[in-house]
Design a protein. Structure first.
Length: 234
């Protein structure tokens, strides 16, 4: 838990600082505070995050439920809700995003720490996403099924994307890189540049400003370098 990277999404500064203090007293040093879903997404896209604690009512266009859905389906990052809403309607909405816990304000330090500890443990002991999972894309008038394991990297060119596959095959589709990224698991694919999304399993070499996938060298954008810290660590 001490070495984990935490992101706290809370627009009430006092509560955010209280959570941060609880974590620091447990020896956690890597804690980032943001106030909105938009800020959270921007941070997650550019940095490694191990656990998220988010409020639900953030006073912005998007709520913590929106973020929770992305954390579950796209980023595969464990998270808990910390909220003052305990009504059945809100809980029903929240549970479909599969949070590790739902803690109602005011909360006790012990309850918060136990929820985090269990969430981290369960995430580390959950089986990895299967290589047999598939991505279905539209190429021209055809629908094409691509297995995740066959995708090397995806390159963006405006509203079009080129999907580079094994055996030097390619698929050019009319879909943005961001849209494709939303359909692929963050546990298996990583954004390294505004124009490149790569399959982690096929990265052979990592340098300061580039990486090698098969025999191709792809650039690493400065804003995305934080994603790659400890990339080859087990």
């Amino acid at each position: 838990m001490n070495s984990s990277r935490f992101l706290v999404v809370e627009d009430e500064l006092l509560i955010a600082e209280t959570i941060s203090d609880f974590l620091k007293k447990e020896g956690c040093q890597n804690i980032t505070l943001v106030e909105s879903v938009e800020e959270a997404i921007e941070y997650i896209e550019a940095n490694q995050v191990d656990f998220v604690l988010t409020d639900i009512a953030l006073g912005k266009d998007k709520t913590g439920i929106d973020l929770g859905n992305l954390l579950h389906t796209r980023y595969r990052i464990p998270f808990i809700y910390i909220t003052s809403h305990a009504d059945k309607t809100m809980i029903d909405k929240a549970k479909h995003t599969r949070p590790n816990a739902y803690i109602v304000k005011p909360f006790k330090k012990e309850d918060l720490l136990v929820a985090i500890e269990l969430g981290l443990y369960n995430s580390k002991n959950t089986p990895a996403v299967s290589d047999s999972e598939e991505l279905i894309v539209k190429e021209g008038r055809a629908m094409v099924r691509l297995y995740h394991a066959t995708i090397l990297w995806i390159e963006s060119d405006g509203n079009y994307s080129t999907i580079h596959l094994k055996d030097d095959k390619r698929r050019v589709i009319r879909q943005s890189l961001s849209e494709l990224q939303e359909q692929l698991p963050a546990t298996g694919f990583i954004r390294i540049h505004k124009s490149y999304l790569v399959n982690k399993a096929h990265v052979m070499e990592l340098n300061t400003n580039s990486l090698i996938v098969q025999n191709s060298e792809l650039p690493i954008g400065r804003a995305y370098q934080g994603n790659l810290s400890g990339f080859f660590k087990k």
